[in-house]
Unconditional design. Structure first.
Length: 366
């Protein structure tokens, strides 16, 4: 099987794409991975090069949510179609929306990892202004052009259906990670959060606000530079900045508590990685995280700093309870394996390929 896959290089989608590509490669599939957004850094290029049957095709074409991306996205579409003509994929796996409406030579599976409208509603309690109408139209067209729409949680799939209409051929495929890369070590007296720290949906500033009330230090890993140029400041915490994946894994291994009081998190790979490393989870009380983690995490209202501080201090004071929650999190995390994710995508690809053989598909532009 030959899979043409798009990805961006910012945040969890990159790790998701490499994890899936690794699993597909183990099943004999060949993957052409086309990147959008920033160029892959040296570590990312090395990680991609280590996966058999994976060819990396980097670019700096923008993503749909970036400022005025439309002309460049059109050119990106031409580039992707040229790549498809050369690679001749059996299936196209899009991790962005815009290019779902192209006239692809193979069936299209699109994954809805997140979107501006559901993010805005969760973070600000309202919808974006009219300046985002073109984005909404582009996402809608891309979704309608896809043969199958996948989301990592039922909550995210419901959001897509609410704002755009997800179509009839949909399913939930949870993200996965290999547990061997994230193992518990000697746990230390520290609280950790990681990811795109500038993203208001992660609500990491809440941790900084309550940090003076905690007897344990709060450590943050990730980029604090907003794409619009602003740098978000986090007082009262230890900010390690963006670090390599091996350093992040070591931080998970030694942290006792992973806290992410998120307002918006359709799945959350960083949470899964921390859980695999045996961290106790303190998460935002939102439908997607309740769906994924069930009774294996403690939940706090994203806007309730008092509850966040009280929950963290309670765990700090009770080592037996804290360890018990860490065991629960690790046990729950094992259900989100890379092997299970890969199997689900292979099944979806097979269904699309079989359907294409019987019903040719017409794109809407390209």
């Amino acid at each position: 099987m030959k899979v043409l896959m798009t990805t961006d290089t910012v945040g969890g989608i990159w790790h998701y794409a490499l994890e899936l590509a690794h699993g597909l490669s183990e099943h004999g599939a060949e993957v052409a991975l086309a990147t959008l957004g920033d160029m892959p850094n040296d570590e990312q290029q090395q990680a991609a090069a280590a996966i058999p049957n994976l060819t990396l095709h980097p670019s700096q074409y923008p993503l749909e949510w970036m400022p005025d991306p439309w002309a460049e996205l059109e050119r990106a579409g031409e580039w992707l179609l040229d790549l498809a003509a050369e690679f001749k994929p059996d299936v196209v796996h899009l991790n962005n929306y815009y290019h779902g409406a192209l006239t692809w030579p193979a069936p299209v599976l699109m994954v809805a990892h997140s979107c501006v409208y559901s993010w805005f509603e969760a973070v600000h309690g309202t919808l974006p202004d009219r300046g985002w109408q073109r984005y909404r139209q582009a996402v809608d067209a891309g979704l309608k052009g896809a043969d199958m729409v996948v989301a990592p949680s039922a909550a995210m799939l419901a959001s897509v259906d609410k704002f755009y209409g997800a179509g009839r051929n949909t399913r939930v495929i949870a993200n996965g990670r290999r547990s061997a890369e994230f193992r518990p070590r000697n746990k230390r007296a520290r609280i950790l959060a990681a990811g795109r720290l500038w993203d208001e949906g992660k609500n990491v500033l809440a941790l900084a606000r309550v940090a003076p009330q905690l007897s344990w230090p709060v450590r943050l890993i990730g980029d604090a530079h907003h794409p619009d140029g602003r740098e978000i400041r986090f007082d009262n915490v230890e900010w390690l900045g963006p670090t390599g994946s091996h350093r992040v894994a070591r931080e998970y291994a030694s942290a006792s508590i992973y806290a992410l009081p998120a307002r918006y998190e359709p799945f959350g790979l960083s949470i899964l990685e921390a859980a695999l490393a045996g961290c106790t989870l303190v998460l935002g009380d939102i439908p997607s995280l309740r769906e994924i983690w069930g009774k294996a995490a403690l939940y706090v209202r994203p806007d309730d700093d008092h509850q966040l501080a009280k929950t963290l201090n309670g765990l700090i004071a009770n080592g037996i309870e804290r360890q018990s929650w860490g065991v629960r999190a690790r046990h729950r995390a094992r259900r989100y394996s890379a092997a299970r994710m890969t199997k689900a995508y292979l099944q979806a690809y097979g269904e699309l390929i079989d359907a294409r053989r019987s019903t040719p598909r017409m794109g809407t532009h390209g």
